[in-house]
Write a protein that binds this ligand. Structure first.
Ligand SMILES: [Ca+2]
Ligand SMILES: [Ca+2]
Ligand SMILES: [Ca+2]
Length: 207
């Protein structure tokens, strides 16, 4: 049974995240936390002993309707620094976009690089993952898979923080997970629909 230290020190940096993930965003070897607030990404740098330093903020420009609890973390340009991909609507064109913000390695991020996305990516619900990173075509560049409720979309990474147009598969999947489920060395997706768990074999781009 898991046990936790009683009266563990609490830290309040006023971040107010509804959702966050962890990673080392400033390259000091200590795990940090990242979340989204209205209009900005916020990194709370870990001090290695359970506490956090002052928030590091990056303003999100050019996007609106960013779903506050929907983003994924990965190294999309293979520079060893963690980046962020978030989902929203381009403020000018109104199209759904995936926007990557490349990590500078100091806990802040470059301006968003947008790729037009298909469909609207639903937000996370408890125990539901609607977007996930992985190398689905084996080119060593990180891709993104997501479900829209009517199809599975895979955006193939170009290795620079942008993505090619989506490869789609019809599916009413609501949540997904990545793994090599048939041990052929190729990353697969498992899709969960409303009724039952459904394993899908390799989903990837031609070539
Ligand atoms: Ca760190
Ligand atoms: Ca990177
Ligand atoms: Ca790839």
């Amino acid at each position: 049974m898991a046990q936790f230290l009683p009266n563990f020190a609490q830290f309040d940096n006023g971040a107010g995240f509804s959702f966050f993930v962890q990673g080392d965003f400033n390259g000091d070897g200590k795990t940090d936390i990242i979340g989204i607030r209205v209009g900005e990404l916020v990194v709370l740098p870990g001090n290695g002993t359970g506490g956090f330093g002052a928030p590091l903020n990056t303003t999100i420009t050019g996007l609106n309707n960013v779903q506050l609890n929907q983003f994924i973390v990965g190294d999309f340009n293979n520079d060893g620094r963690l980046d962020v991909a978030l989902f929203g609507t381009d403020a000018l064109t109104g199209t759904s976009v995936v926007a990557s913000l490349l990590g500078k390695g100091n806990g802040t991020f470059d301006a968003p690089r947008e790729t037009v996305a298909l469909g609207v990516i639903p937000p996370y619900f408890p125990n539901s993952v609607t977007a996930i990173g992985g190398d689905f075509n084996g080119d060593a560049k990180l891709d993104i898979a997501y479900v829209t409720g009517s199809q599975i979309c895979v955006l193939l990474g170009n290795g620079d923080g942008t993505f090619s147009s989506a490869v789609t598969t019809a599916s009413n999947g609501l949540t997904l997970a990545a793994g090599d489920f048939n041990h052929d060395g190729k990353l697969d997706l498992a899709i969960v629909t409303g009724q039952r768990h459904r394993g899908c074999s390799r989903l990837c781009a031609p070539g």
